[in-house]
Design a protein around this ligand. Structure first.
Ligand code: SAM
Length: 220
């Protein structure tokens, strides 16, 4: 049964989270970042996370890599604010949070300016007619290719085998080169950076799923 009072409270809670996003100095709406991004990022090595959710993965990466700046991107400000406040509380200043759609990234960043693009547990959109929304669709891969610096990498983490193998096919079809691959990341010898757990990943691992991982580059 739906209790209207719960509904009102839930809506208020969401509004409160949006207000927190708007008030945080490390959170930006798309239009704000279009203006301020170039100055904020100038001179930094840049890594971005697409569909970052809470952005806690980017926060942890930023804590471990003070030499780079990380930008966590998601359409949902109420999720991003969680990572943003975690970063503020811990005094981690090299991570920023941008509320934008994945297809807008080529407006947010200059060509060849990104060292690493992380795509962590994107929605798999299993229906065939929704394939265009998958963030590993060729239309997205083409945008990633234009943004990556010459030695830059694209890293994908996912639990869904069907989505993961479809994504591998798209990468190969778009002439990306697979540099690192694991169907059970946490049981592999791959870098500890890759093993930092995202919010969704934590949940899936507790349910007994495994994390698939690929790092790919465009060109050599
Ligand atoms: C399954 S969640 C994973 C969140 C996070 N990466 C994690 O692993 O905990 C997928 C996220 O992608 C975001 N998302 C979906 N479509 C998007 C789009 N077109 N642009 C930006 N974010 C998107 C959703 O809002 C959601 O937070």
């Amino acid at each position: 049964m739906i209790d209207p009072n719960d509904f009102v409270i839930a809506r208020k809670r969401k509004k409160y989270k949006f207000a927190k996003f708007a008030n945080a100095k490390n959170c930006f709406e798309y239009n704000e970042f279009l203006l301020q991004g170039p100055t904020l990022l100038q001179g930094w090595t840049l890594q971005i996370e697409m569909g970052a959710g809470t952005g806690l993965f980017s926060v942890e990466l930023a804590a471990q890599h003070p030499e780079a700046v990380f930008v966590a991107i998601d359409v949902k400000g109420d999720r991003l604010q969680k990572g943003a406040y975690e970063a503020l509380e811990r005094g981690i200043e090299n991570v920023l949070f941008v509320r934008a759609r994945a297809d807008q990234i080529d407006q947010l960043f200059a060509p060849k300016s990104v060292e690493k693009i992380w795509l962590t547990f994107p929605d798999p959109f299993p229906r065939k007619h929704s394939a265009g929304r998958r963030m590993t669709h060729p239309n997205f891969l083409k945008k990633y290719a234009t943004l990556l610096a010459p030695k830059g990498s694209f890293c994908l983490k996912h639990d869904n085998p069907a989505f993961f193998s479809w994504s591998l096919e798209q990468l190969v079809g778009q002439r990306w080169h697979i540099k690192e691959l694991s169907f059970d990341l946490h049981d592999s010898e791959l870098s500890d950076d890759y093993k930092i757990k995202t919010t969704y990943e934590q949940r899936w691992l507790e349910e007994g799923r495994t994390t698939h991982f690929v790092r790919a580059v465009i060109g050599e």
